[in-house]
Write a protein that binds this ligand. Structure first.
Ligand code: ADE
Length: 247
């Protein structure tokens, strides 16, 4: 990765169409090519491309989760070859780390999994993932974002063992895509930034689905405001500039 190259093409991976619509509308993006079920929306010369996980042909719901997000990221990179991949979406936050409904976070340090438990030598480490992120301090400060470690799994709710692993890995956020997007970006040598807005408090004791539905609109509004700001901010900047704390 060349630290001096300007970022000219930005790809944004979303799981849910409802999370992405304000950004698609703001940048006047139009549907472009894409392999089923992935949906790509781009502007002139595909400088900004939003890529959705698409919908399940059986149930009609968004294809949330790690498998569609992996495919989505691969298709986006293959078709458009962006300089940077942003994974935007909603997440659960932890009260014990100060998360509030509607807060918007940028991932920091690393992204992990909490539901890939493989208690065999080296497979245990593989299961956690531990995908390293660039230093996001400067972006967090300039855009006004909280920072935290994101932990990914394939369930909206959690069992006790998930909670133990999330605590062990110092997670501040729980989502269903970031680690799988990070993995593909690592394999394909792409700069990666996750940005997530809090719909529910994982350690509140309230059923996740109730908080998720009640707060989805607010979290999506906040997410899109910050995401648009982030895109405008990093466009035409170099990696050196976006990680710099001096500018
Ligand atoms: N998306 C929004 N809230 C979530 C949660 N608690 N877990 C996983 N994904 C989420």
């Amino acid at each position: 990765m060349n630290f001096n190259n300007k970022i000219e093409k930005i790809g944004i991976v979303f799981a849910m169409k409802g999370e992405a619509l304000p950004t698609i509308q703001h940048f006047k993006l139009e549907r472009i090519k894409g392999n089923y079920p992935i949906e790509l929306y781009g502007n002139a010369e595909n400088k900004i491309v939003v890529s959705l996980n698409g919908t399940c042909s059986v149930t009609g719901v968004d294809n949330v989760g790690t498998q569609p997000a992996t495919l989505n990221t691969y298709v986006l990179i293959n078709e458009v070859n962006p300089d940077i991949i942003i994974n935007a979406g909603t997440a659960g936050g932890f009260a014990h780390s100060g998360a509030k409904i509607g807060d918007v976070y940028i991932g920091s340090n690393r992204v992990v999994y909490h539901d890939r438990r493989i208690p065999l030598p080296n497979f245990d480490t593989y299961g956690i993932g531990n995908y390293e992120l660039i230093n996001t301090d400067f972006l967090a400060e300039r855009i006004g974002l909280k920072q935290g470690i994101i932990s990914t799994g394939n369930s909206l709710d959690h069992v006790d063992r998930d909670m133990q692993l999330m605590n062990q890995n110092n997670a501040s956020l729980k989502d269903m895509e970031a680690a799988s997007v990070a993995w593909v970006c690592q394999l394909m040598n792409k700069l990666f930034i996750p940005i997530k807005s809090v719909t529910d408090i994982v350690d509140s004791g309230i059923p996740t689905e109730i908080e998720f539905k009640a707060n989805f609109k607010l979290a999506t509004q906040n997410l899109n405001l910050k995401l648009i700001h982030l895109i405008d901010f990093i466009y035409q900047k170099s990696l050196e500039e976006i990680v710099s704390s001096k500018k």
